[in-house]
Design a protein around this ligand. Sequence first.
Ligand SMILES: [Zn+2]
Length: 74
Amino acid sequence: MVDLCITIKSIPTTKGEIKVRIFSCESHINHALDMFVAEQKTFPMLEELRNEEKLSTVCSYCENSALYIVSSEN
Ligand SMILES: [Zn+2]
């Protein structure tokens, strides 16, 4: 089932901008990209997590290990 709870982490940067990051597993990456575009009205950057981060990071939408970070630019 799709969890409707949206988990978006907003991280203030030193420049006063808000950097948004969504962690996603393989099966939720399309959903994560859609949610980012809907919320931010801009195109996201898609990055792969480093191996050590994969072990400690959980998908924002399920209990699986995250493989990707969807984040705002800069
Ligand atoms: Zn997931």
